[in-house]
Design a protein around this ligand. Sequence first.
Ligand SMILES: Cc1cc2nc3c(=O)[nH]c(=O)nc-3n(C[C@H](O)[C@H](O)[C@H](O)COP(=O)(O)OP(=O)(O)OC[C@H]3O[C@@H](n4cnc5c(N)ncnc54)[C@H](O)[C@@H]3O)c2cc1C
Length: 566
Amino acid sequence: MERHGVLVVGGGLAGLRAAVEAKLSGADVAVLSLVYPMRSHSVAAQGGINAALGNADPTDSWERHAFDTIKGADYLADQDAVEEYARDAIERVLELDRWGVPFSRTEDGRIAQRPFGGAAFPRTCYAADHTGHAVMHTLYQQSLRLGITFYDERVALKLVKEGERVVGVVAMNLRTGELESYAARAVVMATGGAGRIYARTTNSHHSTGFGMALAYWAGAPLEDMEFIQFHPTTLYGTNILISEAARGEGGVLLNNRGERFMARYAPEKMELAPRDIVARSIYREVLEGRGFEGEYVHLDITGLGEDRIMERLPQIWELALKFAGVDARYEPIPVQPGHHYTMGGIDTDKHGRTEVPGLYAAGECACVSVHGANRLGGNSLLECVVFGKRAGESASSDAASASDPPSGPFEEAEREVEAWIGRLVERGGEERAENPYHLRAEMQRVMWEKVGIFRDEEGLSAAVAELKSIRKRYWEGAGVRSGGKTFNVALYDALATGGMIDVALAVASGALARRESRGAHYRTDYPRRDDENWLKHTLARFTPDGPVLEYRPVVITRWPPRERKY
Ligand SMILES: Cc1cc2nc3c(=O)[nH]c(=O)nc-3n(C[C@H](O)[C@H](O)[C@H](O)COP(=O)(O)OP(=O)(O)OC[C@H]3O[C@@H](n4cnc5c(N)ncnc54)[C@H](O)[C@@H]3O)c2cc1C
């Protein structure tokens, strides 16, 4: 059994930032990750990271950043958390700069900032259109420099508890297929988003939400899961992201009549209205017959000119060429909305603590909440560094006064996981076994069709019922054909599917209960925001029969809810 002071599960931006902080504050730190850190989804982030540096416009301020975030969130964000987040942002981004992130620069050498949706000023700092890649390289280098231990290609399958306290994880080593125990005084979940519960998503294959499920099963509630961000512009065919930077730099959206249709929906902000509004507008254009092939609209960046495209948006140009055969310098890019971001997640306070002792969370798998009902572009990388740092700090300081866990609970947890794997492999030989990939695909279809951009009572009730039946079929009948040990991806996928179904059920149940429209959650049968009844966070607690929902008031400090207009 391996033992550490702080164990971080997940090697993406939030995980690395938490690990660096815990290490700097003196803890013995290890990162356990399903993939090599540099293959985490954070590396795919394109557009940038927000901080009110005021380099593009000196009148920008952290208060203005906080307000834009709260308005973007449709007033569901906790305002105390957002204030601290927007204030910390400046120092966190300057720190990244000092650590070596090659940010794009202004003529006079300061960090350049570009306009992004829902922001009053150009506030998004960037490294061309591969910001995540640049930030991740720098943090990984810092992690290696500090001597943090890495356990790569290990998948956490269970959080181990001693009484009420989380004391480590049982993981499977993908190279050997063996189960391994990792004891720690503090465990930080940083396992990323849950995009793969949807049929169309910009997220990578390992953004399953499995880590959220592990925390949920261990007793931590999931907060605001019904708020799922659909990105307006994903490449038609593969749903690869076409960054908001394309619109930030001046790209326009056109329907099949050649109209800049955003004029109908957000006459002032046009293409730079927040994502939920742009995504719904595109969907509506397509539904009403003004799309192409009944599926997509055009994103036209030809007006920027070749030089600017190749300087500012080289990756977008390359993605469109490779994956859609479109040369964006001369022709429009076909785009449609797709799942992009999971606003909800493991419920934490402003310091990354969950309500379960010994368990912390940060990054996309967590919900603080600063994004509320709709996250603004550039605010998520920022969340990873602001709250990753804070979670690392809390974990390290709590670990200093905690005692080392005993080994008893690990033996029992390993036996439970073994039994789960054993059942899957045993049933694999049976003719009638349910194929986990089919169950996963059914779940993804249900989520896209019934818990998607437009929702209503009928669709959502049907979704909850179908997900419950998929869940039953999984636990009673799923089987994996191959019992191989080395990189048994089918087995790993089957295990993750069990977690994904419960996460999907939390999303659908929260959406069914919330009879209003707010941010990304749009109910055609309740099209208005209802502050009287619904200005509150959803907390889902796990039970095998489906989530039990509770509610908690939103923290309002200085910005009383107003109508959200762009
Ligand atoms: C295409 C794309 C572009 C984006 N662009 C931007 C942008 O420009 N600006 C912005 O602010 N945001 C952007 N976002 C959002 C942002 O990138 C993510 O929210 C953020 O990077 C998530 O970081 P994370 O550390 O929480 O998770 P991730 O980077 O997803 O890392 C999760 C880690 O957890 C590990 N893991 C998962 N499950 C387990 C398990 N069970 N056991 C062990 N390890 C596990 C994985 O191996 C991985 O290392 C973008 C997102 C996408 C998909």
